[in-house]
Design a binder for this molecule. Structure first.
Ligand code: ADP
Length: 205
């Protein structure tokens, strides 16, 4: 990909066998900005977790359902006041019952009809707008699920590149505004894809 190493950013590799939610510690390796975390995003005690929501923001299945269950009914109340969210955009709420301070709701493209420029750009916008929303609100640690790759059908092998590229580009321009970006994987195939591709975008040396 031609990316040069960035001193402040390096890959954090989980312990062998994958990290469990309880293995994740806040402030661990603060010198390192990129983490790969395998587990439930609702367990992370950080500034902001990103939700792969739908246009209504009223809750759904997958990670969205898990976040709403863990946050409690107040989250849905706040979401209901936001007038929905367009694909590729992001809106922020409090975290309520979650250990995370904020939830950033973004809506990924539906890719069941295949991936074209429109879907690709929308997925990149999700990552960029989520990071922009985080930094605008003073959130310095942000965790992303694998947006659109579940129910919305975006192929994981393609999504991982859009995710890593967009985050890398954002950090290149704004790395003073963030302490840590966590890629939260939930499926073994995504863990493998991130382990393979993280070093391309965040080379260790
Ligand atoms: P989308 O509708 O955007 O495709 P999904 O929630 O269906 O969103 O899937 C997105 C990703 O989130 C999938 O990789 C899924 O395995 C993962 N996921 C589901 N539950 C959780 C959770 N509790 N924490 C983190 N990731 C999760």
């Amino acid at each position: 990909t031609g990316y040069k190493p960035l001193d402040e950013i390096s890959v954090w590799t989980p312990t062998a066998g994958g990290s469990q939610p309880t293995d994740y510690k806040r402030n661990e390796k603060l010198d390192q900005k990129i983490s790969l975390y395998n587990g439930d995003i609702t367990k992370l005690e950080i500034d902001a977790i990103v939700n792969a929501a739908n246009n209504t923001l009223l809750g759904g299945g997958g990670v969205d359902g898990a976040i709403h269950r863990a946050a409690g009914p107040m989250l849905k109340k706040e979401c209901a006041s936001l007038n929905g969210c367009k694909t590729g955009e992001a809106k922020i709420t409090c975290g309520y019952g979650l250990p995370a301070k904020y939830v950033i709701h973004t809506v990924g493209p539906i890719a069941q009809g295949g991936v074209g420029e429109e879907e690709k750009n929308a997925l990149r916008s999700c990552y960029r707008n989520s990071l922009e929303t985080a930094t605008k609100n003073g959130a310095r640690s942000v965790a992303f699920p694998c947006i659109s790759t579940g129910i919305y059908g975006y192929p994981s092998e393609q999504a991982v590149h859009e995710a890593l590229k967009t985050v890398r580009d954002y950090l290149d321009a704004h790395h003073d505004k963030l302490d840590r970006v966590i890629f939260c994987v939930f499926l073994p195939k995504d863990q493998k894809l991130y382990e393979e591709n993280l070093p391309l975008y965040f080379p260790a040396e």
